[in-house]
Ligand binder design. Structure first.
Ligand code: FES
Length: 324
């Protein structure tokens, strides 16, 4: 299991293209053109970027293809640097180290029908889901909301797709008549429908809040946040973490993550997304009560408090004892 060749591979960027305003697409293949590990719709890969950053990107190609992976990335000048690194420093012909696909956002095979809602660049896993459902002949409906047509990735691909009649675009600048009526779409869905939503946090929270208000059961709601809840350093307080193996106590001040505080004290915790999304940094808590800020653990796991994600989560108790 620890053999890195089982979990990581080298791929070549065989194509890089402008997919829409501010959005680049990347097609990745093995340098020897051998088949890639298979994936299911909703999967993502870790991409090791120039400068040492590691970021997760959803695969947006068809899961039926094993010759290439496709990802699409929105350049975010105000982000943490990953999107600018891939836009500016990764070119066609480059070799990249990537992780094998992992899926935390799967289609439910038991669902009678699927409702896919995408906001902006959140379309990437949703597009792959539409491909997989269309391939399987499963009933689905897709709604895709963006600011404008120029900022919409995959317009042409969706217009040409065999499943184009299942897709509705909603452009913000096209007038109120075109905007997505979340409440109406959810209310019109038959009882066995499962909902899948990906996009900006506000969009996802609005969709999920409406679904819950309409009585959709939790097992019918599927979603993937790009990042954990935004931190508010002003509202944070200091606490201590104690390392069980050494007994060392380390103060975590406001505005500093547990991972950062540990690193300053010479204790390394493996991280990847640094946003509470991927689960790489998951650490066992032996004493104390974590203040969970991630989107990786389930509500039950958060309640149990046995594990937490130190890249983003904090503590509700003055001390957290960690199994490190
Ligand atoms: S590094 Fe991804 S959840 Fe902490």
């Amino acid at each position: 299991m620890s053999d890195a060749s089982l979990t990581a591979l080298t791929v070549e960027v065989v194509r890089k293209w402008d997919e829409a305003h501010g959005i680049c697409g990347f097609e990745l293949r093995r340098p020897d053109r051998a088949p890639l590990p298979g994936f299911s719709a909703g999967a993502h890969i870790d991409v090791h970027l120039p400068g040492g950053l590691v970021r997760q990107y959803s695969l947006c190609g068809s899961p039926a293809r094993n010759d290439c992976y496709e990802i699409a990335v929105l350049r975010d000048e105000h982000g943490r640097g990953g999107s600018m690194a891939i836009h500016d420093r990764v070119q066609q012909g480059d070799l990249l180290r990537i992780g094998v696909p992992r899926n935390l956002f799967t289609l439910d095979a038991q669902a009678g029908r699927h409702l896919l809602l995408a906001g902006g660049i959140g379309v990437t896993p949703i597009l792959s889901m539409a491909e997989q459902l269309a391939c399987a002949g499963a009933p689905f409906e897709m709604h895709y909301c963006t600011r404008s047509r120029e900022k919409t990735a995959f317009v042409e691909r969706l217009a040409r797709a065999a499943f184009r009649d299942h897709v509705q675009f909603h452009f913000d600048d096209a007038g109120a008549g075109q905007s997505l009526d979340i409440a109406a779409v959810l209310a019109a869905a038959p009882a066995q429908t499962h909902l899948y939503v990906c996009g900006p946090r506000g969009f996802m929270e609005a969709v999920l809040a409406e679904a819950r208000m309409q009585g959709w059961a939790e097992h019918r709601l599927h979603y993937e946040f790009f990042a954990g809840a935004p931190a508010d350093p002003g509202a944070e307080t200091a606490f201590q973490v104690r390392i069980a193996s050494s007994g060392a106590s380390i103060v975590v001040p406001p505005g500093c993550s547990v991972v950062e505080a540990l690193a300053r004290a010479g204790v390394e915790v493996l991280t990847s997304c640094e946003q509470g999304v991927c689960g790489t940094c998951m650490t066992r808590v032996l004493e104390g009560h974590p203040d969970h800020r991630d989107t990786y653990l389930t509500d039950e796991e958060k309640l149990a408090g046995e594990y937490f994600l130190p890249c983003c989560s904090r503590s509700r108790s003055p001390v957290l004892v960690l199994d490190l």
